[in-house]
Design a protein around this ligand. Sequence first.
Ligand code: AMP
Ligand code: GLY
Length: 441
Amino acid sequence: MGSIYKQLLLQSKIKPSIMNILVLGSGGREHAFAYKIVESSRCEKLFVAPGNAGTNAIAHNVAISVNDFPAIKDFVLENEVEMVVVGPEDPLVRGIYDYFKHDDALRNIMVIGPSEQGARLEGSKERAKEFMSTYAIPTAAYQSFTAQTLEEGKAFLETLKPPYVLKADGLAAGKGVLILKDLDEAKAELENMLAHSKFGSASEKVVIEEFLDGIELSVFVLTDGSNYKILPTAKDYKRIGEGDTGLNTGGMGAISPVPFADEAFTQKIEERIVKPTVQGLEKENIEYKGFIFIGLIKVNDDPFVIEYNVRMGDPETEVVLPRLKTDVIDLLEATAKGNLDGITMEIDERAATTVMAVSGGYPEAYEKGKEISGIERIGDSIVFHAGTAMKDGSVVTNGGRVLAVTSLDVDFRQALKKSYENLEEISFDKMYYRKDIGFDL
Ligand code: AMP
Ligand code: GLY
């Protein structure tokens, strides 16, 4: 057979199909997924549940909660959805992957995310620490305690040097980690967590670990359970105040790639952390077809794992996905089908930055329903909606984190300049954003 003919035949055979897709979630991360998905020629219809004003402008919002599995089931069957991309951790930790795989009608639908067992890497800090210890993945030394072993916990604190790191074992909406300078305060907080349910059932167990002093970054991995692709690194800025001060937030901005994560360092991350993580999952027969977000700390020149998340980060997704040149549906389908080894991932060389505009008062009490103006004037940045809704034909604020303004340019400083110039065009009552993203780089 002539080779051109063969090639044509092959092309027609592997002609990628178009499909209906459902993204679960309502933040900037989900808007970024939606943005990439609708860019693909393989997307027939895109639904986002529950979504926000930004996702509604490019896809169809569906008023279903991410944890309402029976409603999600009915919706995907009625609308012939072939792929479900799970944004947040909550439905993953509650077993949405298994819910699909154990249902005859849903089994063949691709779900991007780990099984419930895989999601325990985020759902339980103790599980994550045990996993790392089993596979010799570098992380801070630790011990875990319960109410029954409170006194041993206090004695363990006495053997450590300050600051003291206390972590609620379970999901605590990003608030479950306490870092304390004073020993007595650390003991009191340990008691609050274990004996007085400071974080509800999430703090029935507490991991106490060694404090690691270094600079943080994150790496994102997409795995089909045996093959993996490493996505770009990113760094987020978690504190509300400039100079990384004040309360923790979901994230006030991000940069990708991380300038200090050079080739040699990323090689260490892959060899010491990514490979043993994926091999560990495979060894334990854990189904995992999704993202692993590895929070790292660079101590001297070595990477240590601070935490695993079983999803993409927010706002990190808003800088990682815009750099992805490979068709996102091809990539996610290969993940679901176990063919990630057959994919070549292409990444935009440019740097991406995002700056988050938040409601005044966030991360404490804030008001919603403020009209947002100026989004339509933004040309050379992408405005990802995080907490927005439509009200009487206008886009209004509907959360603490409201918009993420993402820019791409030759380096992160140029990109940041664009994000900041464009943020000046946008306004809503009591809008706030950090003006120092990237200050430490
Ligand atoms: P996590 O919720 O696990 O991401 O922890 C929240 C934050 O606490 C991290 O982003 C770090 O800044 C900090 N942190 C957690 N564990 C440690 C540690 N062992 N040493 C130093 N800082 C830590
Ligand atoms: N930006 C941190 C997170 O998504 O958990």
